[in-house]
Design a protein. Structure first.
Lengths: 444, 169
């Protein structure tokens, strides 16, 4: 029978991750850092040689970099969905998983934010996007989706970071009180002198619900804004009103899949099976069923409307996606995003961690391919047949994609080691208090 | 101005007992209380003294400032180059809604953080006069600010209501 959780052993279990790291952790961190250096090297090579080393050319002016940008922004959405939206919905199952998801959000946004800069080639021009008074009398064009992206993603990064940090304050105080020496000073500074007084808690609870209320519309708006990078153009396959809900559903689909991909091994490695139970993972997989069905419906609707509208170019693009030279990527997208999650309808699959993990990987692969299909197939098959063209394989783009995973995992691994990766105070809140005999305990 | 000083800290394992102790102390009067908890236990927070929570006002002010400044930035910068492009007027309200909305959320969030820091009186750079590190783990505390002559009286109330320890200054 599983040992009951109480206030003291919850903190013990969570903070086990902060003990001396084993060889597995160091190997994972070393690999991540190596990939980061690889990415930096490729970026330097690109800056020196030019954007021509990538897949981008006429007519496909947006390629792997923008695909990867949208992919990482999508991954970022589930963290805020779990921590903000599920908080407002009083979903108790979010308690042990939201901190890691929020951290995942922050690092995914940090990863995504690099790609427009890498994509533009002349990265020293990126400051043009910042609205500040300058002697050139130039300001960003706020009618441009690129300017909308800059504002939306900066806002999302700021609010996510603030929400994550505020939520961690009581847990940082716990670590402060358990530490000594320089660690005590460091965590004391981070905890800002938090003592858990009634004044602090009352203001904290008020602030937390306000943050959740502010972050919730961001989940919907940010990926809608990113989708409008495409939808406000006239490119066939892009210029459709379904893009905002389609992208948001896809973002939550990939985000929850990434949450599962991370938590299934982490709970085993750090021995927190009593905190992150099969029930929590099952609940997350139910969200994936819902978003998978929405995404599948969106695929079908797009195709149907392309035919029903009578717009020949639109239908031609969709036919090209399904049957043209990139058909493999289209069918990978459909099978990974829609067909592969269908077994999750069965409880036996939802509670089998091996299958959950495999399905989550496939969903992430599928969601990357979805962005690839949207971007590359539409651009390579626009209105005039004489301007049709496609991309060919160039290694820098794909190595940058791999490098981005290195960057993401590097920050995540450091976070697990240094910060409270499960919300200790919130888990304690859902347990019965210890009581006089100190034997109070419960389950999450 | 009352010359109360922190003189006692009662430490409880049971938040309900702590809540009863708080009510008993409030009935006696002649003291100011501060409650400590490792979790925001609602029985305890309801029994604790009423506190002013300025956070929501900061959020409202921040959101309003953000709304105005977001739209102002977009309209003003577009007005500097008041050209008709692609058949659209220079003051295109619809795309500017995105900027207005995002800056609303941005400044609302930043001001919420300030409201929290000011309301909770953070950061604090010194420890409370009496402190028990177990209060951040699994115990609940009731700090009593009173005059010197009342210490024994309040210590007795804390012990009668189940305090495991009563620390004195």
């Amino acid at each position: 029978m599983a040992k009951l959780l109480n206030y003291r052993n919850v903190a013990d279990k969570v903070l086990l991750a902060q003990s001396k790291p084993g060889p597995g952790y160091m190997l994972a961190l070393g690999l991540s850092v190596t990939l980061v250096f690889m990415a930096i090297g490729i970026w330097a090579y690109q800056v020196r040689t030019g954007i021509g080393i990538t897949v981008m050319n006429n007519p496909v002016g947006w390629g792997i970099y923008i695909t990867t940008f949208v992919f990482w922004v999508g991954i970022a959405h589930s963290g805020t969905a779990i921590s903000a939206i599920l908080f407002l919905l009083r979903a108790r199952w979010r308690t042990t998983i939201f901190r890691t998801s929020e951290a995942m959000t922050l690092f995914a946004v940090l990863t995504a934010g690099f790609f427009p800069i890498i994509h533009i080639g002349r990265l020293w021009r990126v400051y043009y996007l910042f609205p500040y008074p300058n002697q050139r009398d130039l300001w960003p064009n706020f009618k441009s989706p690129l300017a909308w992206d800059m504002v939306a993603i900066t806002t999302y990064l700021t609010i996510s970071a603030t929400f994550l940090y505020v939520g961690m304050i009581p847990d940082l105080a716990i670590i402060r009180d358990r530490s000594s020496g320089w660690k005590k000073v460091l965590y004391g500074l981070l905890a800002m002198g938090w003592r858990g007084s009634d004044r602090e808690w009352k203001n904290y609870l008020k602030a937390y619900i306000l943050f959740a209320g502010l972050a919730t519309p961001l989940v919907i708006s940010v990926h809608s804004v990113v989708s409008w990078d495409f939808a406000v153009s006239v490119v066939p396959g892009w210029h459709t009103t379904i893009f905002a809900p389609y992208f948001v559903a896809g973002a939550i689909h990939s985000g929850f899949a990434m949450v599962l991909t991370l938590l299934i091994p982490l709970r085993k490695i750090f021995k927190v099976e009593e905190l992150i139970t099969k029930r929590h993972l099952e609940q997350a997989s139910k969200v994936i069923i819902l978003t998978g069905l929405i995404v599948g419906y969106a695929y079908g609707t797009e195709f149907f409307i392309a035919w029903y509208s009578g717009n020949e170019t639109e239908f031609d693009v969709f036919w090209y996606r399904a049957t043209g030279e990139w058909a493999v990527t289209y069918w990978i997208m459909v099978s990974c995003n829609v067909l592969v999650p269908i077994p999750l309808l069965f409880k036996k699959v939802r509670t089998n961690l091996k299958w959950l993990f495999i399905i989550s990987i496939f969903v992430n692969v599928g969601m990357w391919f979805e962005r690839f299909v949207i971007i590359v197939t539409s651009l390579s098959h626009e209105y005039l047949p004489h301007s049709w063209g496609t991309i060919s394989f160039h290694w820098p783009d794909f190595l940058m994609l791999i490098g981005s995973f290195g960057w993401f995992f590097m920050w995540l691994l450091l976070f697990l080691r240094i910060m409270p990766w499960i919300a200790i105070a919130e888990v304690k809140e859902i347990l019965p208090p210890p009581g006089k005999d100190g034997k109070g305990g419960g389950t999450v | 101005m009352k010359s109360y000083k922190r003189r006692l800290l009662g430490v409880f394992a049971d938040p309900y007992e702590a809540a009863h102790a708080i009510k008993a102390l409030q009935r006696l009067g002649d003291c100011e209380l501060e409650v400590y908890a490792p979790v925001p236990d609602h029985h305890l927070l309801d029994a604790a003294p009423k506190r002013f929570k300025p956070v929501r006002y900061f959020t409202a002010v921040g959101a309003l400032l953000g709304l105005v400044s977001g739209f102002a930035l977009a309209f003003w910068t577009a007005g500097l180059f008041d050209l008709f492009l692609s058949g659209m007027e220079w003051d295109a309200t619809v795309p500017f809604v995105i900027i207005g909305f995002e800056v609303t959320i941005l400044l609302g969030g930043i001001m919420t953080l300030f409201g929290l820091l000011i309301g909770a009186r953070l950061p604090k750079f010194s420890n409370p006069p009496i402190w028990d590190p177990r209060l951040s783990e699994d115990l609940f505390g009731v700090g009593v600010d009173c005059k010197k002559g009342y210490v024994e009286r309040f210590a007795k109330v804390l012990r009668e209501h189940g305090a495991e320890d009563v620390h004195r200054a």
